[in-house]
Design a protein around this ligand. Structure first.
Ligand SMILES: [Zn+2]
Length: 364
């Protein structure tokens, strides 16, 4: 029996949802197994209480120190993982659905009226989601796994338990950081004592080899993920935006919300369209240069927008500053390139032009 397109989507969604529960459970199982091998078999049995047949001296200080460091890193990892799961399950940044009867050409656009600029198509419409029947805020994408649009969507990560987006991104970075710290520590401790045991006792127990291999594989994975995530974060790209980094953006810039203003931007660079939205608003649609990221404000500022203002915040449970949405100029704070365009074409520039015009007429 053939499965319909909708059926395939539903099946796909189910598979993703199940893997986002199963993989974290498997990870917890892996951590429990590694803890048993590293803490009990290596630290307690091999270092602190070696069998008399081994002919080795007890190394209590080494064993205790290794266990304490292991517990501290594991605690950081576990707490971070719980916070990440909590945000992913409660709300990673979901956009509300629209009325199923609403259409792109007639749907109200009040949401965008509070901004001086927003991402749009070549006619000045914000991006429409045909599945959610609603506008997509800047940087939002439709997730086929959640069947919802998600703000500043990055990717769906079944290893982390679900959607990495505006609200969960910071905790995902923390999760990757503790993940590579934890797996790196396991890898080093296991590799050192496995090599020592092989040399002194000519034995390599399967449990030790398995824990070393697990540490190695997941270290490579977590470290790679951490580096990629930090690199994109420093450039202020989501994973989706990084894949489309050579493209351009159309940005609708509010010229004025006053009825009498004249439109005087013809002939300026980057303009693809001009339009008015009754009763009062007039806009100019500008195209960014190829490869220009509208939200890039410099590496440190970009990192702080996600992680927090101070290093203390980077490790805390506090939400990312970018979730505050308190800038009247846009959904997210624009980078200097777009700020210049707003200055040049937007309402402030129209007010300056009007002031200059009225000065000239009063002098005449
Ligand atoms: Zn959607």
């Amino acid at each position: 029996m053939a499965i319909s397109e909708d059926g395939k989507k539903r099946l796909d969604r189910k598979v993703n949802q199940v893997s986002a529960v199963l993989l974290p459970l498997l990870e917890v199982g892996g951590i429990a197994y590694t803890s048993y091998v590293l803490v009990y078999l290596v630290c307690v049995q091999y270092l602190m209480k070696p069998s008399p047949g081994f002919g080795l001296e007890a190394r209590n200080a080494t064993g205790v120190t290794l266990i304490v460091i292991y517990c501290v890193i594991l605690l950081g990892f576990a707490v971070t993982f719980l916070r990440l799961l909590q945000v992913i399950w409660v709300d990673p940044g979901l956009v509300s659905r629209g009325d199923p009867a609403s259409e792109k050409k007639t749907a109200p656009m009040d949401y965008f009226d509070r901004f001086e600029a927003y991402i749009c198509d070549h006619e000045g419409y914000p991006t429409w989601c045909w599945d959610c029947h609603n506008w997509k805020p800047d940087r939002a994408h439709h997730s086929s796994q959640l069947n919802r649009c998600v703000k500043r969507m990055d990717h769906f990560c079944p290893y982390a338990g679900g959607m990495i987006a505006e609200r969960s991104h910071k905790f995902f970075v923390q999760f990757c950081f503790y993940g590579f710290l934890y797996t790196g520590y396991v890898l080093i401790v296991m590799a050192v004592f496995l090599a020592e045991r092989a040399e002194k006792l000519d034995s390599t127990p399967g449990t030790w080899v398995a824990a070393t291999a697990l540490g190695g594989i997941f270290f490579l994975f977590a470290f790679g993920m951490f580096c990629t995530t930090c690199y994109n974060m420093a450039l202020n790209y989501t994973t989706i935006e990084a894949l489309q980094r050579d493209g351009t953006y159309n940005i609708a810039v509010l010229k004025t919300a006053a009825p009498s203003a004249t439109i005087a931007s013809a002939g300026k660079a980057n303009i693809v369209y001009e339009f008015e939205r009754p009763p009062l608003r007039s806009y100019v649609v500008l195209e960014t240069e190829r490869g220009q990221n509208p939200w890039d404000r410099g590496a440190l500022r970009n990192v702080k927008d996600i992680m927090g203002e101070s290093v203390w915040h980077w490790f805390s449970w506090k939400m990312s500053p970018c979730t505050a949405h308190n800038d009247p100029r846009g959904e997210y704070i624009w980078g200097p390139a777009v700020s210049r365009l707003i200055e040049e074409h937007g309402a402030a520039s129209a007010r300056r032009r009007r002031r200059r015009g009225s000065r000239r007429s009063s002098e005449a």
